[in-house]
Design a protein around this ligand. Structure first.
Ligand code: 13P
Ligand code: SF4
Length: 343
């Protein structure tokens, strides 16, 4: 952490605790009081400064509960964050998520100031593929359309025909007028899509370092321990994990499914903060939270860095105009399909 990030929040502890009382009431089952005393001055300062600057804070479902419930105005999966970025009237958008999410917000709101509290918040999937790789694939498979998961850099998107998210990948592939598609870069999401389409899907060997670690023997051991357990999985998990799951969907689709099924006990095979955030909304459900499934990139975003971002208007997300144009086209083509919201 840099020195400016470590600066103290400009709100006294007592005032901050008072100002954040109502938020704490909601999250008290998840965040111990001793931890809240550390978060509260930052939350109060961020919420004051956000109002002053007329900024809006977007947070992905994997952000920690003090960010997700404490300072975010809009939350969701990648698809919803992209939609919200396009819809908001605010001139400043702070994206609490990884870099590709901030880039997507900028692509859809080029006139707005888009900030990311830590520009180093990357994504293991995004780093699996480069724009050169896509150009080579196009040479190898001339005329075959390229569908690119949003978990990629703007340079990779710019070389693609259309983007997709985990919520709409099948519909995006189905929307194309071709018997074959190249699906990049997530091998597991791609093979999950291939099971649901008659088109031939050409895959790439990208993986998410968090989801690839889920394993069937562990899930079965939990099932043995808890008879009534319902397992939901993100499509970035390995294929046998997806077959073992009772439901597969994007982060927002999983949340919706929990609300619909109201299971006695649930395990969400995805990044670990999601269960904490859902538990705040649905405390009557019991959550099985396997440890060790934490995204180090998402966790680079912290309250002190969000405060610093709003104070110093850093770090501005900028895109090369030539890259932005191509990437925008691919993201807009997905948005123009007007597929149902995941909210
Ligand atoms: P969602 O689009 O489902 O929120 O997933 C984003 C992500 O990074 C999953 O690892
Ligand atoms: Fe990327 Fe995986 Fe982290 Fe999602 S959980 S941001 S895919 S590394």
């Amino acid at each position: 952490m840099t020195m400016d990030v470590m600066e103290k929040a400009p709100v006294s502890d007592a005032a901050a605790l008072k100002e954040t009382e109502a938020i704490y009431e909601r999250v008290r089952r998840i965040i111990p009081r001793s931890e809240w005393e550390i978060h509260a001055p930052y939350i109060a300062a961020i919420n004051r400064l956000k109002a002053e600057r007329k900024a809006v804070i977007l947070a992905h479902n994997y952000q920690t509960p003090e960010i997700f419930h404490g300072v975010a105005d809009l939350t969701g999966d990648s698809l919803e964050l992209a939609r919200e970025a396009a819809k908001t009237d605010a001139g400043i958008i702070v994206v609490c998520g990884v870099h590709f999410m901030a880039e997507t917000a900028k692509l859809l709101s080029p006139e707005k100031l888009v900030l990311i509290p830590d520009p180093e918040a990357g994504c293991s999937l995004a780093s699996y593929i480069t724009a050169d790789d896509v150009r080579n694939l196009r040479r190898k498979y001339p005329g075959v359309p390229v569908v690119t998961y949003v978990n990629t850099t703007a340079e990779v998107k710019a070389e693609s025909d259309i983007c997709c998210t985990s919520a709409n990948a099948v519909q995006v592939v189905e929307s194309l007028d071709s018997d074959r598609v190249i699906f990049l870069p997530d091998e597991f999401l791609g093979s999950y899509v291939a099971l649901q389409t008659r088109k031939q899907v050409i895959l790439w060997k990208g993986r998410c370092e968090v989801h690839e670690k889920f394993a069937v023997p562990d899930l079965r051991a939990y099932r043995g321990q808890f008879e009534e357990l319902v397992i939901l999985a993100h499509p970035e998990c390995p294929p046998d994990v997806l077959s073992e799951a009772d439901y597969v969907g994007s982060t927002a689709q999983m949340i919706k499914e929990v609300a619909r099924r109201k299971p006695g006990r649930v395990l969400m095979a995805t990044e670990c903060s999601m269960s904490d955030n859902v538990a705040v909304e649905m405390p009557q459900i019991k959550y099985v939270r396997p440890s060790d499934f934490f995204c180090p990139h998402m966790k680079k975003i912290t309250l002190p860095k969000i405060l610093n971002s709003l104070r110093s208007m850093k770090h501005v997300v900028e895109l090369e105009p030539s890259v932005a144009e191509g990437a925008q086209r691919a993201v807009r083509r997905m948005m123009d399909l007007k597929l149902p919201s995941t909210r």
